[in-house]
Design a protein around this ligand. Structure first.
Ligand code: HXC
Length: 259
């Protein structure tokens, strides 16, 4: 991998986009690497949480790579959009929990990749924007869809039409990020959250993630039916037996095996 760093330790994969000279802008090669790295991680049962961040202290991801896009044709732009779609959907739908540790600029494709993660934590210096309309394009890595769903339609339109940059605190206020922490504490904060997540049953989490994601875009009745089915499925797991037995035996430690 030319553009990514990957460290796997104690069930947590820390994936760092590493193109500091261009503030971690996403070119096609980086998108393809993210896609293939996530294909491996989603099959890795030792990994329970993926934390995504950017290298350096200034930028998470400053967007798609403008130097690559400037001469791209309509067909090439579409291919780039589809490549990002495949990679970003993996963050959204993989069985593991994904956390974006937003350590600086999250602009355009940077805000969009963060939005495809389950949870977003920002450092105090982080800044968010969808500047695409100022470049003559529109958010093409999911921004017009995920931002409206995550915050609301009016706020999404304001951010996209004005291209205004908002602070981490403002992003937190509107629900774009869950927490804002000092930059020096960002990765430890995300790892501590990963630790709390990993105390729980991985299959229960994966099924809950599936129910939330699928139900969110469906009507309530469809979502509730899906939830009932997945809830039933969870009763077939060894972890359900272990979780409930540990409670009844008043045991604090649970031996979840992800089966
Ligand atoms: C390519 C980029 C880049 C990007 C920064 N760089 N962002 N290169 N694509 N998105 C490069 C700069 O050209 C520069 O390279 C180096 O990184 C440092 O950036 P500076 O601009 O010198 O830093 P600074 O003045 O501190 O400004 C930081 C910044 C600014 C505010 C983040 O760089 C900026 O506005 N970047 C573009 C942000 C943007 O518009 N993103 C959306 C892209 S469109 P050199 O070689 O000069 O040192 C997008 C679309 C997604 O994401 C969907 C597409 C289908």
């Amino acid at each position: 991998m030319n553009n990514l760093l990957l460290e796997v330790e104690n069930g947590v994969a820390l994936l760092t986009i590493n193109r500091p000279k261009s503030l971690n802008a996403l070119n096609s090669e980086t998108l393809a690497e993210i896609n293939s790295c996530l294909m491996d991680l989603e099959k890795n049962e030792d990994v329970k949480v993926v934390i995504l961040t950017g290298s350096g202290e200034k930028s998470f991801v400053a967007g798609a790579d403008i130097s690559e896009m400037v001469n791209a044709t309509a067909a090439e732009g579409r291919v780039m959009g589809l490549l990002a779609r495949e990679a970003f959907s993996r963050f959204e739908n993989m069985p593991q929990v994904t956390i974006a540790a937003v350590n600086g600029f999250a602009l355009g494709g940077g805000c969009e990749i963060a939005m495809s993660c389950d949870i977003r934590v920002a450092s105090e210096n982080a800044k968010f924007a969808q500047p695409e309309c100022g470049l003559g394009i529109l958010p093409g890595f999911g921004g017009t869809q995920r931002l409206a769903r995550l915050v609301n339609k009016g706020r999404a339109k304001e951010m996209i039409f004005t291209c205004d940059m908002i602070s981490a605190d403002e992003a937190c206020r509107i629900g774009l990020v869950n927490h804002v922490v000092p930059q020096a504490e960002l990765i430890d904060y995300c790892k501590a959250m990963a630790g709390r997540i990993m105390k729980n049953a991985p299959l229960g989490i994966a099924l809950a993630k599936q129910a939330i994601n699928t139900g969110y875009d469906a009507d309530l009745d469809t979502g509730l039916k899906l939830e009932a089915n997945l809830f039933g499925l969870s009763f077939a797991t060894a972890d359900k037996k272990e979780g409930m037995t540990a409670f009844l035996e008043k045991r604090k430690e649970k031996n979840f095996i992800g089966k």
